[in-house]
Design a protein around this ligand. Structure first.
Ligand code: HEM
Length: 200
């Protein structure tokens, strides 16, 4: 699916833009696979990778808005605002860039959700959702594919890092593209990829 492939692409680009992360993520994945294989338990142990991908989703959720709906009848909100029948509405994703919620919100911080998770925040895992991170939606129509998608992207990123040396060519800085409400990975981004000689 486009959402999953765009997440994989942006997650790799974000990691390559912070190359100090690569040996740490490789080490984490290597250890997890040695201990538990490519299993749910192994993926659970890749907690920095989990956090790094969630940070990618925070900065580039796929759309500037989410939860698009049409009011089928007049709806009065608890604050007294009435949304007339037939109105198209959506929830703006900007809570994910709110400095009161996420300090230094425009910086990519791969450790952000790992720290939150270690402090006991149960919504900090990649497939979890909260009012502060709505990339997978929230409430009744929450994305049922999120467990599949997040495991798929974790496996793909870990396999790529363990198998290849990857880097962004000198002089290139991938930019997120906004078209209407859509947020897309840089369609012109390139990576240099070389098979690793020693697979540990
Ligand atoms: C990174 C990947 C993905 C993202 C960011 C994502 C995001 C979302 C979001 C935000 C919603 C809720 C939309 C709303 O309430 O208006 C949603 C719903 C849904 N997603 Fe995903 N999704 C992803 C992958 C997948 C995959 C891989 C599948 C299927 C295998 C899937 C199946 C669905 C379905 C069926 C719904 C509708 C649920 C309902 O209306 O009850 N999604 N997704």
């Amino acid at each position: 699916m486009h959402t999953t492939s765009d997440l994989l692409k942006q997650a790799i680009l974000d990691i390559c833009m912070h190359p100090d992360l690569i040996p740490v993520l490789r080490g984490e994945a290597q250890k997890a696979v040695e201990e538990s294989g490519w299993t749910t338990a192994g993926l659970f142990k890749m907690q920095l990778l989990d956090s790094a991908i969630k940070e990618t989703l925070r900065l580039k959720p796929g759309s500037l808005v989410n939860l698009e709906r049409k009011a089928l009848k007049d709806v009065t909100l608890p604050n007294g605002l009435t949304i007339p029948r037939g109105t198209n509405v959506a929830v703006d994703s900007s809570m994910m860039w709110n400095p009161a919620i996420y300090p230094n919100p425009s910086s990519y911080d791969a450790y952000r959700f790992l720290r939150l998770r270690e402090s006991g925040n149960t919504a900090a895992a990649l497939a979890s959702t909260s009012l502060e991170h709505i990339t997978f939606g929230i409430g009744k129509p929450i994305c049922p594919g999120r467990f599949f998608a997040t495991n798929e992207v974790k496996i793909a990123v870990a396999k790529i890092l363990l198998t290849y040396d990857v880097r962004i060519p000198d002089g290139m800085t991938p930019k997120i593209i906004e078209i209407g409400f859509e947020m897309l990975s840089d369609p012109g981004a390139k990576l240099e990829i070389r098979k690793r000689k020693i697979l540990k």
